[in-house]
Design a binder for this molecule. Sequence first.
Ligand SMILES: C[S@@+](CC[C@H](N)C(=O)[O-])C[C@H]1O[C@@H](n2cnc3c(N)ncnc32)[C@H](O)[C@@H]1O
Length: 289
Amino acid sequence: MEAGRLPLRVAIAEAERVLGEAGVASPRVDAELIAAHVLGVERGRLVLVPLVDRQVVDAIGRLVTRRAQRVPLQHLTGGAPFGPITVEVGPGVFVPRPETELLVEWGLAALRGVVAPLVVDLCTGSGALALALASARPDATVHAVELDASALAWARRNADRRAAAGDTPIVLHAGDVADPNLLAELEGRVDLLVCNPPYVPAGTVVPPEVAKHDPARAVFGGPDGLEVIRQVVGCAARLLRPGGALAVEHDDTQGESVPALLSARRVLTEVTDHPDLAGRPRFATARRG
Ligand SMILES: C[S@@+](CC[C@H](N)C(=O)[O-])C[C@H]1O[C@@H](n2cnc3c(N)ncnc32)[C@H](O)[C@@H]1O
């Protein structure tokens, strides 16, 4: 061993142990992602780094301590990978989840064959869905709506970064999905509307990362979790063009209630619910008839 250098695998094993004892759900993955972040390499390339300096081990240890306090990994690394892009996140904005990428995939499939589509992302948070769709479909015009000022500031920052990287700029709106005049200029014209709203029923016990670091307004959707989704369904009925598509994420307890809300709108057809990769009910889709 080179003098003063330490085996990375020992540092990672120690990090995994600390994170596991702290109740972190995936301690090995998080330990490796923290090491990769400190070293500035992809996780898959850690095997190519057998020995590291003491300063690297200390830097890993500092981040592991904060992760063990259940600060979200993405707040520590500053970024959340989301489909084809990475969005910056931190205090004041919801961390995009991998399962929400399913809405992007479904939405892109729904847009196949539509030239220069008009797309709306309601409850955009960091802008993840809107920006991923804009990145994948440079010919699209993508509007994104967010109520919360600090979330909107993160969305603006991400939108500016993506535009600087060459993606088609998105159009950000400060707005409330409960506003009956929201995006009135787009009524009856939208090809795709996506939304990952707050949908957790109030009072549900959530992990510390969520309880302490995701804004409550981003997580909880009233007593039955459906308060914001009800408004989103109204927006979709008003904004979609005939044949336009809707995808809305929901809680795994809402695999019947959300499709029922969609079906209750006469103008919405082809109502279907979809599971996530773990097989749990995760998002509902429909088309405007
Ligand atoms: C679950 S987060 C989703 C953020 C982003 N779409 C994502 O998937 O990462 C829900 C977002 O909806 C916003 N929100 C809550 N109520 C809203 C409303 N009435 N109108 C617009 N946005 C709202 C919250 O501030 C939060 O940013």
